[in-house]
Ligand binder design. Structure first.
Ligand SMILES: Cc1ncc(C[n+]2csc(CCO)c2C)c(N)n1
Length: 222
């Protein structure tokens, strides 16, 4: 007993590295990612974020304390006030307005991941839901930090995706990531080995669905 968040990544180390260090991430960091791949990813991510905002709303609904409610509210606010703004802004530059985005058909990878998280949250408790959401929030913070530590990463105007990296390395996101880490560390400290096994399964599934999401962007599949 006495688990913490790092035990979740350690339990699926290969999948976690395949997610954080995916070719999509590498090419984005190098600035060499095809614009069509990034556009496809970002358009699908717009649809994805709307469902993830619903998942944070579900976390608010399942909260028993004001502290838990605040934690869910932070996630919902970050999506609605910050993250979606970047997506809408990039798409506007490509001549795609928000009404066009809302009309896009959902790719299978988007459907699978978002509905998995919502189903896990509906079926389970608040901890199941936060664990299903963790690869997303904590993973993207780690990805931004990992990219900044790689020699191939290009920053500034020479990289068309610089704003993407800047958002996830920014204080708002890094702060939200740390708050989520603390929240999870506090809850995982008390779980039994059997419960940890269950939660590891949820975390691994969500991580694998993140890998599929990158792959969907790279191959522009629907
Ligand atoms: C496929 C995919 N996975 C993770 C994120 C990142 N993200 C989504 S919601 C959230 C928490 C609050 O903003 C974060 C960091 C994304 N955009 N798209």
């Amino acid at each position: 007993m006495g688990y913490r968040f790092d035990d979740l990544t350690a339990a699926c180390q290969d999948d976690w590295r395949r997610y954080v260090e995916h070719d999509f991430v590498r090419q984005l960091g190098a600035g060499s990612l095809a614009q069509g791949a990034f556009r496809h990813y970002l358009q699908q991510d717009y649809l994805f974020l709307i469902h993830f905002a619903r998942a944070y709303a579900l976390a608010a609904y399942k909260s028993r304390t004001l502290a838990d409610l605040r934690q869910a509210h932070e996630g919902l606010k970050a999506i609605v006030d910050v993250e979606l703004g970047l997506h809408v802004g990039y798409c506007r530059d490509w001549g795609i307005d928000e009404a066009d985005l809302a009309r896009l058909p959902e790719a299978k990878a988007t459907l699978a991941y978002t509905r998995y998280v919502l189903d896990t949250g509906n079926r389970g408790d608040l901890l199941d839901l936060h664990v299903a959401l963790a690869p997303c929030l904590i993973g993207y913070g780690e990805i931004a930090n990992w990219l900044n530590a790689q020699a191939f990463t290009v920053r500034g105007e020479a990289n068309p995706y610089d704003a993407w990296i800047a958002m996830y390395e920014g204080d708002d996101f890094q702060g939200a990531m740390r708050a989520e880490l603390e929240w999870l560390d506090a809850r995982l400290a008390d779980v039994t080995p059997a419960r940890f096994q269950e939660l590891s399964g949820v975390f691994r599934d969500a991580t694998r669905l993140e890998i599929d999401f990158w792959q969907m962007g790279l191959e522009r599949t629907d």
